[in-house]
Design a protein around this ligand. Structure first.
Ligand code: NAD
Ligand code: DAU
Length: 352
């Protein structure tokens, strides 16, 4: 079996569903269920003995060793993290706790467990750490995309905490020979993404007639990847990646934010032809330290592991919008409590 951390979050729940759709290998899913963890994402697995959910913290030094001992996973996929840049600007503490300290404690527990495995299991074991392109910093318009050799230049507390965790993972390979794999992925979108991130926020706000807050001039560029493509890349790296190596994952889909927002408005307009969604676009104060452009050079994973994304942005964004249209109850359920408080704190002065 494999142990997935953060498997009730956006990418994690897609990964768990995707994995169990292709394989009968069991998953132990360790998730703290922060505001971003949502077991409703996994409701289709109710009663499925291949999925074993445990609520807990990756930094719990009693729980994690006990889980490893009990379940003897052949691999760990570490997705658990605080993931939202704006939240890291308002309050970095949780990012330091989970992304740095949590990853460190998880690595320590895994190192002890791995050291006690028999030779063959020890050789086959993998610790796959899921990271982000944000650790590479920001690009100007004409600079080449990030390769795996690009220096780390994180600019936000979020990306700095992810960079720290990547360095720890790297060090555990170099020093202790722990068989680690690191992936650095671009912006994901798709079903189950919490509506604090650009794409789901715009869809959800448009559907309820709220303003569509575009930071700064809206010309910042991100490289978008449909979430199931990220899941297939993780599976491929786990299967064939070389321990100690890092692999960039991207969608070859660079787009300015404002183009994304306008595209969402146009596509929603196909379902609601009488609505004027574009009138809701509101330019707001920029994110402090806002990275201008991310772009992933994903040639290494294509060349060495024969992986390419299956979705284009045109197909992925249609699927995503349709999913949100079909899952209004999911939207209603996440739009409570801490989510509402967060919206008020981050977007003060904007009509919601
Ligand atoms: P998310 O915020 O949707 O989910 C994170 C999950 O981790 C939640 O279920 C949460 O409950 C859980 N969690 C948080 N702290 C925990 C802890 N201490 N112990 C156990 N569980 C904990 O995040 P996501 O967007 O699904 O991202 C998953 C991973 O992928 C993160 O490591 C993120 O840095 C990375 N990543 C995300 C993107 C993206 O575009 N979303 C792109 C590249 C990499
Ligand atoms: O690049 C990978 C990263 O992508 C992941 O590591 C992060 O976990 C993930 O959150 C994401 O970070 P971003 O900051 O790029 O994503 P976000 O959806 O927050 O913002 C995307 C862009 O849209 C960014 O330039 C900021 C802008 N934006 C965002 C929000 C929420 C707006 O203009 N308005 C908004 O309301």
């Amino acid at each position: 079996m494999i142990l997935v951390t953060g498997g009730a979050g956006f990418i994690g729940s897609n990964f768990v569903l995707d994995w169990l759709a292709q394989s009968d290998e069991k998953i132990v899913n360790l998730d703290k269920l922060t505001y971003a963890g949502n077991l409703q994402n996994l409701s289709s697995l109710t009663g499925d003995s291949r999925h074993y959910f445990v609520q807990g913290d990756i930094g719990d030094i009693q729980l994690v060793p006990q889980l490893l001992k009990q379940h003897q996973p052949r691999a760990i996929i570490n997705l658990a993290a605080e993931s939202h840049v704006d939240r890291s600007i308002h309050g970095p503490e949780d990012f330091i706790q989970t992304n740095i300290l949590g990853t460190f404690r998880l690595l320590e527990a895994v190192r002890t467990y791995w050291n006690e495995l028999e030779t063959q299991e020890k050789q086959n074991f993998r610790f796959l750490h899921v990271s982000t392109d944000e650790v590479y910093g920001s690009l100007t318009l004409n600079e080449p995309a990030f390769t795996e050799e690009h220096p780390y230049q994180p600019n936000s507390p979020y990306s700095a905490s992810k960079a720290s965790s990547d360095h720890l993972v790297r060090a555990y390979h170099h020093t202790y020979k722990l068989p680690v794999l690191t992936t650095n992925c671009s912006n994901n979108y798709g079903p189950f993404q919490f509506p604090e991130k650009l794409i789901p926020l715009m869809i959800v706000n448009a559907l309820t007639g709220k303003s569509l807050p575009v930071y700064g001039d809206g010309q910042q560029i991100r490289d978008w990847l449909y979430v199931t493509d990220h899941c297939s890349a993780i599976r491929r790296v786990l299967e064939a990646g070389i321990p100690g190596e890092t692999y960039n994952i991207g969608g070859w889909n660079e787009k300015p934010n404002i183009d994304i927002v306008k595209m969402i408005c146009d596509l929603l307009g196909e379902t609601y032809p009488n609505s004027t969604f574009q009138n809701l676009i509101t330019y707001v104060q920029d994110r402090p330290g806002h990275d201008r452009r991310y772009a992933i050079d994903a040639k290494k994973i294509e060349r060495e592991l024969n992986w390419r994304p299956a979705e284009t942005f045109a197909t992925g964004i249609r699927k995503t919008i349709q999913w949100y249209l079909n899952n209004q109850q999911w939207i209603n359920n996440v739009q409570t409590g801490s989510y509402r408080e967060w919206i008020e704190k981050n977007y003060t002065g904007i009509a919601q």
